[in-house]
Ligand binder design. Sequence first.
Ligand code: SAH
Length: 221
Amino acid sequence: MSREHNLRKDKQEFLDTLVRRGIKDQRVLDAMKGVPREAFVGPDQAESAYDDRPLQIEEGQTISQPYIVALMTEAMQLKPNDTVLEIGTGSGYAAAVLSRVVKKVFTVERHQLLANLAQERLAKQGYNNVKVLCGDGTLGWPEHSPFDAIVVTAGAPSVPQALVRQLAIGGRLVIPAGSDRHQQQLLRITRTSEEKTETEKLSDVRFVPLVGEEGWHTGRE
Ligand code: SAH
């Protein structure tokens, strides 16, 4: 069987898995269907692109498990005209999925090499409503705020207040947080007014650490 045939077959199974695990938002499912995950990993990993598990990328980081990408995207309760900020660009895969669900995506990555690679991959695939910045995402991207939603794809020790401040009223922050460096709870924090937020616990998750001023402080990953 050809490699293309295998990837097509794997992708159908992959979509079935997302539905079986509870993803309901049709726009999220369509975006997951549309983005070629194999284009966001190195050639040595392309065969595994539709396995429902995280994969290794450069700089010792990972591209998240597809189910988690879909879960977090759905948890943001996005509308087509929304502007979203992602912290932790990594491979650019989740940014590509987001770019098909909303109008504008801003994404911040602390590793220059990853930011460059993601930018190249996104451009090559024609996702031109995504802007990539290399920097400390725990500080957000104030120039483009307020955001309708913010997603953090690395585990934070606590919720960075800079990100809460950059949410629009009614905006949602989806973030894995917790005092254990390798295990977190996925939270959805809704900014209900200038001063108030509401927090919901969604599930237990495992992410690489968020390293920065309002994140973990040492470079040990
Ligand atoms: N969303 C990514 C998964 C990224 S893994 C994807 O779809 O591939 C988490 C990423 O967060 C890593 O690339 C890591 O370098 C980055 N990261 C960790 N701390 C960060 C910070 N303070 N600011 C920006 N990026 C950060």
